[in-house]
Design a protein around this ligand. Structure first.
Ligand SMILES: [Zn+2]
Length: 462
């Protein structure tokens, strides 16, 4: 009897010890999974770092093989040209990891040659010639062109191929030279939000580019929209709230209303659509969700009109009210219109292997509009350029576009938007330009888009 008691007691002790060991292992595994990438990247880790510098030899190239970043004898080197360095700084990142969406931060593990399952095995002596090179879809020259066109103004320029998803141009301003890190805090106005990649991580009031969302909803939901005649006296009062146009537009068709961006006509359209339909189309076309650019999440542009009525609903359909838009998401919407209603998610890594190709083709495709709706909207965007923006200002681009001049209040100049695409099989490029407090979309953002797209054509970029 006593023996049995003793045995039970011993078993219990063994069991308790086993439980402690197992739970310890579980905690370790959980912590390892969660934190390992942080631990391994800690500069005290002698497997990967030497004197605080990465030992891995690696190079980041642009799509044409231009070196944007490399490690030479353990030290970091950026492109030899200062303008190139500034133009691609947000994409590549700085050496302190301040730009969280940059390639250096987002793909840090891949770049240092470490992963969760295999650890740093590639740094064992027999693998000491391991290189973790990476080719981006960006064209550094096109980024330089966009950087120069922005000319020091705050904002962003994005261009991508709407058939393959490859981002050719991704520029955000203000920027700085990563080889010569400035004292950002000393000049807060000049470097306002300098670590933010505005294409990926900003959300701005869209203003009239949002009429392309309201238009898609109208094409699908309002009967006889093509034969309707709108009448604009220059303003319209809805429940005490006034919607205004810069001057009276008179009688207008739907197509003409988009071309001259008549707020009164679009107020009427928004009220007829109602909050639920407008909300549905905002979400279909990319609002209230983020896109993943090779896993890098974009900021979310928000539209919430479920409780909006009267003047609020009217202003929401015109891209004001509480609407915000992320530039990359809006560019992808433009790509979706161009691509027969199927949006290909933009990406920044060149895919050379089957796995990543398949990943893009399956998860990166989404039908956001019917083919007919996309075609009709595209025709209207083409008409905007021919009838109002001036074909001569965009020679040979076969441009389909919409301007936006987004009121931001506080006595500040509006944000200037220009978004659209080239309707050319040989250059299937969609784009977005935002210039913060830049003023008129057509006068300010339009010429920037033209410069960059003309340069893409000159260089034969697709
Ligand atoms: Zn009007």
């Amino acid at each position: 009897m006593n023996d049995l008691k003793e045995l039970t007691k011993r078993s219990m002790v063994v069991l308790i010890f086993s439980l402690i060991i197992i739970s310890g292992l579980l905690v370790f595994t959980a912590k390892y999974t969660k934190n390992a990438s942080l631990w391994v990247k800690h500069p005290a880790n002698k497997h990967l770092y030497s004197n605080g510098q990465l030992m891995a030899e690696r190079t980041i190239y642009d799509r044409n093989g231009k070196v944007l970043f490399e490690t030479v004898d353990g030290s970091r080197k950026y492109n030899e040209n200062e303008t190139v360095r500034k133009a691609v700084m947000h994409a590549i990142g700085d050496s302190d990891g301040n730009v969280v969406t940059s390639v250096q931060v987002a793909f840090g593990e891949r770049l240092v040659g470490w992963d969760l399952l295999n650890g740093a095995y590639r740094f064992n002596k027999q693998f000491n010639n391991y290189r973790s090179d990476m080719t981006l879809t960006l064209d550094a020259e096109l980024c330089v062109e966009a950087f120069k066109a922005l000319n020091g103004r705050k904002g962003t320029v994005g261009v991508y191929n709407y058939k393959t998803g490859e981002i050719l141009c991704m520029v955000s301003s203000p920027t700085f030279d990563p080889e010569n890190q400035p004292d950002v805090e000393a000049k807060p106005k000049k470097y306002e939000g300098v670590y933010i990649n505005r294409l990926l991580s900003a959300a701005y009031t869209p203003g009239s580019v949002f009429k392309l969302v309201t238009s898609a909803a109208a094409i699908d939901n309002l009967k006889n929209i093509d034969t309707r005649v709108f009448h604009c006296e220059g303003e319209m009062t809805i429940n005490g709230e006034t919607v205004t146009c810069p001057s009276p537009h008179g009688d207008l068709s739907f197509e003409e209303a988009l071309a001259v961006s008549c707020n009164v006509a679009f107020a009427e359209i928004s009220l007829e659509l109602g909050p639920d339909t407008l909300q549905k189309y905002a979400e279909k076309t990319g609002f209230n969700s983020s896109l993943k650019v090779n896993g890098i999440k974009t900021a979310i542009g928000k539209v919430n009109v479920s409780d909006a009525q009267g003047g609020d609903l009217a202003w929401a359909g015109i891209g004001q009210y509480s609407d915000t838009a992320n530039p990359l998401n809006f560019m992808a919407y433009m790509g979706g219109v161009a691509n027969g209603g199927v949006r290909i998610t933009p990406r920044i890594l060149k895919s050379n292997d089957i796995a990543s190709f398949l990943a893009t083709s399956i998860s990166g495709r989404k039908r956001i509009l019917s083919e007919e709706t996309a075609a009709k909207l595209g025709e209207m965007m083409r008409n905007n350029v021919i009838e109002v923006y001036g074909e001569n200002n965009y020679k040979g681009l076969e441009l389909c576009a919409k301007t936006g001049t987004a009121e931001v209040g506080g006595g500040k100049e509006p944000h200037a938007w220009f978004a659209g695409y080239m309707n050319r099989d040989d250059f299937p490029l969609a784009f977005v330009v935002v210039i913060e407090n830049g003023g008129s979309g057509s006068k300010v953002a339009g010429p920037v888009a033209n410069k960059v797209l003309q340069s893409a054509v000159r260089q034969g970029d697709v």
